[in-house]
Design a protein around this ligand. Structure first.
Ligand code: G3I
Length: 368
């Protein structure tokens, strides 16, 4: 559901009115944590002018949704493409924002060449170390002092607490993580370094990350925070488990960041669902293509408020709350898992208005 010209005009009027009355989220929560958003290509390229105004008004930290992923920024062994990443970093620096790079080492969106020799055979451990070091050093050196924090390793552990069977793990074992953090710190000693994953409420994953962070610290390696991505739905994560994980990560002595917050308002995708009738399946998985019913929206806002209240409660250890996108139309959850699916997971709606739970906070102007 992309913006048409008439909707852009209407949105401009709405946005300009709203901008006068409403305080920005970064001001409302300034005594607790930074408020951030992931930026997409249209926002980075400047074509989404309304989105950019919303970003400047509400966020003091930004993260690259896609433009710094290795398949984008390093598509071939001897070729980098910094075009979009440069614009992203420039935007953040020009607006005095805390800029976050996402992500240096990730099994997904990693160009196939990363693990292959010229003849197509798999590289060995020494070659992978060299390639990891070269990638991390080249990217971080370019943005030294201008990107303030990095998701160094992303999604390395699965729910039972075992390491994800990525090529990084297959070739280097558990060592790939400390190596990545060592290379990152060598490249930019002043940058904050994070390890980041989803489903961080799950005890198995939580326990392994506590071990990993403790091991990094025992080796004298820099790690500043654990990133709890915060991709949520109406029936996950378990609230108590999430808070237990928050406390467990903070207990290792690092900070915690909510790095990719969104909450699906639709039924949780059960791709194993035995729904022979595609039409019935699509109706089940895309129930509100023209807007959320009031009762569903109310439940969504209530659940989002419980988590925002939790973040405020733990703002002694939470330094950043970043939404994975600016307004609902931007979310990766639209058109997933099937095209046409309309989602409502972010902090601002398709009219670029703050969701109801945020308007309550905004009334206080400034959360003590
Ligand atoms: O830019 C190309 C475009 O040129 C092409 O025409 C189009 C169609 O193939 O694809 C475009 O790239 C897509 C990219 O998003 C930009 O829109 C990729 O196919 C698509 O896979 C990619 O999806 C991203 C996904 O990560 C995979 O990288 C989502 O936008 C992004 O929100 C999502 O973010 C991840 C975090 O990085 C890690 N944590 C989970 C989170 C959600 O999956």
């Amino acid at each position: 559901m992309k913006k048409t010209l008439s909707s852009v005009i209407a949105l401009s009027v709405l946005a300009s009115c709203a901008s006068v009355e409403q305080p920005g989220l970064k001001d409302v929560f300034q005594d607790h944590f930074m408020m951030g958003a992931a930026l997409n290509e249209a926002e980075i390229n400047g074509t989404d002018t309304l989105g950019i105004e919303l970003i400047k008004k509400n966020f003091n930290t930004i993260v690259a949704e896609n433009c710094m992923k290795s398949e984008v920024i390093h598509p071939e062994k001897d070729r980098y493409d910094f075009s979009l990443a440069d614009k992203f970093v420039d935007f953040g620096n020009e607006n005095g924002m805390f800029v976050v790079g996402h992500c240096l080492i990730w099994h997904s969106q990693c160009a196939p060449w990363f693990f292959l020799n010229e003849d197509g055979s798999q590289i060995d451990a020494e070659e992978l170390k060299a390639r990891m070091k070269e990638h991390i050093t080249t990217v971080m050196t370019r943005y030294k002092g201008r990107v303030h924090g990095w998701d160094v390793v992303n999604e390395a552990v699965v729910e039972d607490g075992s390491y994800r069977q990525s090529k990084f793990y297959e070739i280097l074992g558990e060592e790939f993580i400390p190596l990545a953090f060592q290379y990152a710190h060598e490249a930019d000693p002043d940058a904050e370094l994070y390890i980041n994953d989803y489903g961080m409420n799950v005890p198995g994953r939580r326990d392994t990350y506590v071990r990993i962070v403790s091991d990094l610290k025992s080796r004298g390696l820099r790690i500043d925070a654990v990133g709890m991505q915060g991709h949520m739905g109406m029936d996950y994560p378990d609230f108590a488990q999430f808070e237990e994980s928050l406390n467990a990560f903070a207990g290792t002595g690092v900070k915690v960041m909510i790095t990719e917050w969104d909450m699906s308002a639709l039924p949780t995708v059960n791709r194993g669902a035995d729904v022979a009738d595609t039409e019935a399946y699509n109706a089940m998985m895309n129930p509100y293509p023209d807007g959320l019913p009031e009762d569903v929206s109310a439940k969504w806002n209530e659940r989002m408020k419980t988590f925002m209240d939790l973040f405020v409660k733990h703002s002694d250890v939470i330094t950043r709350v970043t939404a994975w996108g600016v307004s609902d139309d931007d979310s990766w959850k639209n058109d997933w898992p099937m095209r046409g699916r309309v989602e409502y997971p972010l902090l601002f709606d398709r009219e670029l208005q703050p969701k109801a739970f945020l308007r309550e906070y905004m009334k206080k102007e400034h959360i003590k």
